[in-house]
Design a protein around this ligand. Sequence first.
Ligand SMILES: NC(=O)c1ccc[n+]([C@@H]2O[C@H](COP(=O)([O-])OP(=O)(O)OC[C@H]3O[C@@H](n4cnc5c(N)ncnc54)[C@H](O)[C@@H]3O)[C@@H](O)[C@H]2O)c1
Length: 298
Amino acid sequence: MNFKNVTIAGSGVLGYQIAFQTAFHGFNVTVYDINDKVLDKAKAKFELMSEAFKRDLGATQEQLDATFKNLHYNSDLKEAVKDADLVIEAVPENPQIKLDFYQKLAKAAPEKTIFATNSSTLLPSQFADTTGRPEKFAALHFANTIWINNTAEIMGHADTDRAVFDALVDFAKAIGMVALPLYKEQPGYILNSLLVPLLSAATNLLVNDVADFETIDKTWMVATGAPMGPFGILDVVGITTAYNINQMQAEKTQDPLKIKTVEYLKEQFIDKNKLGVATGEGFYKYPNPAYKEKNFLK
Ligand SMILES: NC(=O)c1ccc[n+]([C@@H]2O[C@H](COP(=O)([O-])OP(=O)(O)OC[C@H]3O[C@@H](n4cnc5c(N)ncnc54)[C@H](O)[C@@H]3O)[C@@H](O)[C@H]2O)c1
């Protein structure tokens, strides 16, 4: 299975990054979104991406010119997928929007086309039947700022064809990702299955007044050799994401500790616009967070 033409559906936060990364690595990419106005916005974001590729990866002007030549745009679904070997879906994280999209895509795409979802929290089995080609469908999950944090988790559902799964692993490598295969469906994939409980345990210790956040980070860093602790990671992920996850858990479980965590994050961070690295301050102040100082681990 050799992919040449790749269509990226949805040109939002992740979609445009996947499109640029794929085009940079020589694939013929079509970017699809709901209308031409949204696609114009994506074009503007590609200019910013090319600056990031120069700065972070040392990309040459020649490579970037070739990347732009590989990028095409279409807001007509049938046209956008007519030659696609692979469609990567990065439409909003809303089950109904995704179901509607797969219904239309199933009709519009040629039989050969493989579909992959970039969904962070929904499972491929939720959409497999709607795709009309369950054996040619799996998840291919990227992380934000994919050209630096270049993980690609590949996860099929029970009926994904093994050859399709392997082709997605090869494709991920071909676009410069570290391919991370999962052999069964797992909510949160590998990364969030590890990260969410770690971050949650850290905020529990803090909100329960067991220790201060620097001591918690210091414990993790000294004991495991990690370059940052859970609160350093929370600043990178963004406090808003942590707040949203805790709020969902609090609503579901009514756990008093979770409710206290939600209030704490709101009062101390969200209301003060201390949202992490992105706003210059979260638990730590940036660009020189205290955990990077020489004496922090003493
Ligand atoms: N943002 C992240 O950090 C991140 C990380 C990993 C995975 N993801 C996943 O990627 C997917 C997209 O997330 P995002 O953050 O890029 O969302 P986003 O809201 O930034 O972008 C979604 C894009 O999809 C378009 N869209 C809406 N309906 C559509 C339709 N019917 N057909 C085609 N396009 C449509 C929107 O116009 C928008 O451009 C989600 O499944 C999300 O879980 C996001």
